[in-house]
Design a protein around this ligand. Structure first.
Ligand SMILES: C[S@@+](CC[C@H](N)C(=O)[O-])C[C@H]1O[C@@H](n2cnc3c(N)ncnc32)[C@H](O)[C@@H]1O
Length: 383
């Protein structure tokens, strides 16, 4: 294994960081405010990881109290339900154990956490952040568990096939640079590097970055860890035992990459850290990403900017548009913008069935009918 194949998290400079060199006093103050906000956010995310157990046990406590309030004749009918809820408490404890290991490592990742600032868990629970930690457990299932393979086949396989179609060379593959914005826990960039291409994943969520750092840099043994992603919520189960099915991870050794291609994860916002990299990438691969934009046209601009002439953009995902105030374009409208920018469409398919972090045994099935496309930034015509 060559040194440069070891996955690494690199903290890329943001545009603001660069500008700070020329700042006047006022701007210095606003930079230090930004740093302060960043530090607070960093610690809030660390605390959210640490407070998972408290939040999850609170949810289970409500169910236990509901059982306790039942008339005795109904409680008598419930057999093992109370014992089941207690087993779920045990699974929550195990999840916390894994999250603690992950946070232990994250504390030194970007900011040196001053002693005592990360614990003990704060009284204030932010529901949204607790749900993000739950989302991390499910994302581990999607990206790094064996059972998540079906989901990866639905979402990642079409992208991987298209990259190989567009860049079929065997010799010199490492010279093809692929950028994956919104890389989550890094599995798609890892798979691209495993095919021999040089690849960088980009991600701005600390929830994802802490976790991908743990998987990519600390996990070596296949199935060396497990989480219980389906402990909560309690509804839509056909059998109680389904809530206790573990997701062992990783399903592969994340350091097992062929010699040659560079592989890294860059932390920061796609719009900020790549807008000064003209023509630096032969391929951009986006999966469940374009709808994270508040103005998706900006993403189109930056993808165009970073692609080398003749380069390819491969995308798969829905148009959920996460932000309440996001520009919520339909595929037809977004397609217009991409074509107007100058891209030439190579492939296009609407209605690709793609579940996302879906419990395979839940009675509720949630899947997107995603759009898949690839398009190229034409090379200038030779005179
Ligand atoms: C729905 S997830 C998809 C993750 C992964 N690609 C997958 O398919 O499993 C979208 C990811 O994009 C990240 N993201 C959103 N906006 C971003 C931005 N401006 N820069 C970098 N990452 C961003 C989010 O934090 C999130 O992890």
């Amino acid at each position: 294994m060559e040194e440069n194949n070891t996955p690494s998290l690199t903290l890329s400079k943001t545009k603001e960081d660069d500008n700070a060199l020329e700042c006047n006093k006022l701007e210095e103050n606003s930079q230090s405010n930004n740093d302060d906000l960043e530090r607070k956010h960093f610690h809030r995310v660390l605390n959210a990881f640490k407070n998972y157990k408290r939040w999850a046990l609170g949810q289970l406590q409500g169910a236990l109290e509901g059982v306790a309030r039942l008339p005795p004749r109904h409680r008598a009918l419930l057999g093992g339900h109370r014992a089941h809820l207690e087993a779920l408490q045990g699974a929550v404890g195990h999840n916390q154990h894994v999250l603690d290991a992950l946070v232990r490592d994250a504390q030194h990742l970007f900011h040196e956490a001053p002693p005592g600032t990360v614990g003990p868990p704060s009284e204030e629970r932010e529901e949204g952040e607790a749900e993000k930690v739950e989302g991390v457990l499910r994302q581990l299932f999607r990206e790094w568990s064996l059972e998540g393979e079906a989901e990866r086949d639905a979402s990642f396989a079409p992208i991987l096939q298209e990259i190989q179609r567009r860049f079929p060379q065997v010799e010199g593959r490492a010279g093809v640079r692929v950028l994956v914005p919104g890389a989550g826990l890094g599995r798609l960039p890892y798979e691209i590097a495993r095919l021999g291409y040089s690849c960088q994943g980009n991600e701005f969520s600390l929830f994802m970055l802490f976790t991908s750092n743990f998987v990519l840099n600390k996990c070596r043994a296949v199935g060396g860890h497990h989480v219980f992603p389906w402990v909560l919520p309690l509804h839509n189960r056909s059998r109680p035992c389904h809530a206790l099915l573990p997701a062992p991870f990783p399903d592969v050794d994340p350091s097992a990459l062929p010699p040659g291609p560079a592989f890294s994860m860059a932390a920061g916002s796609f719009l900020e850290i790549y807008n000064d990299q003209p023509g630096a990438w032969e391929c951009v691969a986006t999966c469940f990403f374009v709808d994270t934009a508040s103005n998706v046209a900006e993403y189109v601009d930056v993808v165009w900017h970073v692609l080398a002439p003749g380069g390819t953009w491969v995308n798969l995902g829905p148009l959920l548009y996460h932000g309440a105030k996001a520009l919520a374009l339909s595929w037809e409208e977004l397609r217009e913008i991409i074509a107007h920018k100058g891209f030439t469409f190579l492939r296009e398919e609407v209605g690709v069935c793609t579940p996302y972090a879906q419990d395979p045994r839940s009675m509720m099935v949630h899947a997107y009918r995603s759009v898949f496309f690839s398009c190229t930034k034409p090379a200038p015509k030779a005179e």
